[in-house]
Design a protein around this ligand. Structure first.
Ligand code: SF4
Length: 325
């Protein structure tokens, strides 16, 4: 894995205006979907963005794809600021950063054959050179081998796992450098989730693709990711290598997420930390540490001081007042 950073996200925020709180109120309110996110990605690195639903990870994906404009912050790609690109430049960039959505049933047009689906991105980008070879290679790299068996089929004739492979083939055909996979296995049977994760793991090696793997399930990341970023209410609260985060978690939220990952060996089972209450409404972010209403180890000042990111090692950081020396 190269150490060169090629995607750099700094201070990224996305607020949505949600109107006034009451008919008579003059104050407009905003939903803080992404609220100051920083991270970098290196060539062919896999980073997992983990958090409960509503933590802002899917909005973050849309910002990275340029499908939403950020309220603040920058996204640099290969040293170039891509935060506010025009349509033409954005289209060019989309070749490099491809998205794989959660639902392979909804992402595929049921009236198109697999060949048409995988060919379409080439047509959109005006790439006609070696079209058939590219389609065949993308399909086979996505595990649809031999490609000829699938070309004339329709999505309804395939299993859920095969459909997700078609979605991945349609991304691969443009030879991307980054795949942004938003909960790519959550709609699939447990038995085929590992196959799709293994496929992404293979692609980062064979095609040198970096992967941003978005998931609510820390357990599904396994040892596939190089680094893990844990998100809570629009912010990264802990980031580190897979080993640092899974074996030495420092943020109480990460510890709670890890405590509920099923462990096959009963002797290795950890004490489950059950968080009280729901994730607060991102329109009404708690004061101080945004995790304090649910934190099992919160103390007096947690509702007043917003914890800074504390550096624990060259690769490991967490935002908790207990870590501030
Ligand atoms: Fe919990 Fe306080 Fe740390 Fe926030 S700062 S995670 S409330 S201990």
């Amino acid at each position: 894995m190269s150490t060169e950073k090629f995607l750099e996200v700094s201070g990224l925020k996305k607020y949505f205006d949600v109107g006034r709180s009451t008919l008579f109120s003059s104050q407009s309110r905003s939903l803080h979907a992404v609220d100051g996110v920083d991270f970098t990605l290196r060539h062919s690195e896999v980073i997992a963005l983990v958090g409960e639903s509503g933590c802002g990870k899917s909005t973050l994906a849309l910002l990275l794809m340029g499908l939403e404009d950020p309220t603040e912050g920058t996204v640099m790609y290969e040293g170039r600021d891509i935060t506010h690109l025009g349509d033409h430049q954005r289209k060019d960039l989309r070749r490099k950063i491809q998205m794989v959505f959660q639902d392979p049933y909804e992402s595929l047009n049921p009236t198109q054959t697999i060949e048409e689906i995988v060919t379409e991105p080439l047509a959109v980008h005006g790439l006609t050179h070696e079209r058939d070879e590219r389609v065949k290679k993308a399909m086979e790299d996505a595990g649809l081998k031999p490609a000829e068996v699938y070309l004339k089929r329709y999505p309804h004739e395939l299993s859920g796992g095969q459909r997700q492979r078609v979605v991945i083939a349609a991304a691969l055909v443009l030879e991307p450098e980054i795949i942004l996979a938003d909960e790519p296995v959550s709609m699939l049977d447990v038995s085929i989730r590992a196959e799709i994760i293994n496929l992404l793991a293979e692609l980062r090696i064979t095609r040198q693709i970096a992967v941003i793997f978005i998931t609510h399930d820390l357990g599904s990341v396994g040892f596939f990711a190089d680094r893990v970023a844990v998100m809570y209410l629009g912010r990264i609260v802990e980031i580190g290598t897979m080993l640092e985060v899974l074996e030495k978690p420092q943020h109480p939220y990460t510890k709670a997420l890890i405590s509920v990952i099923p462990v096959p060996n009963p002797r290795l089972r950890r004490e489950r930390i059950i968080l009280q209450g729901e994730t607060p409404n991102p329109i009404d972010i708690p004061t101080g540490c945004r995790f304090h209403p649910r934190c099992p180890v919160a103390f007096a000042t947690c509702n007043a001081s917003d914890p800074p990111m504390v550096t624990l090692s060259k690769t490991h950081q967490a935002a908790c007042l207990l870590l501030v020396k």
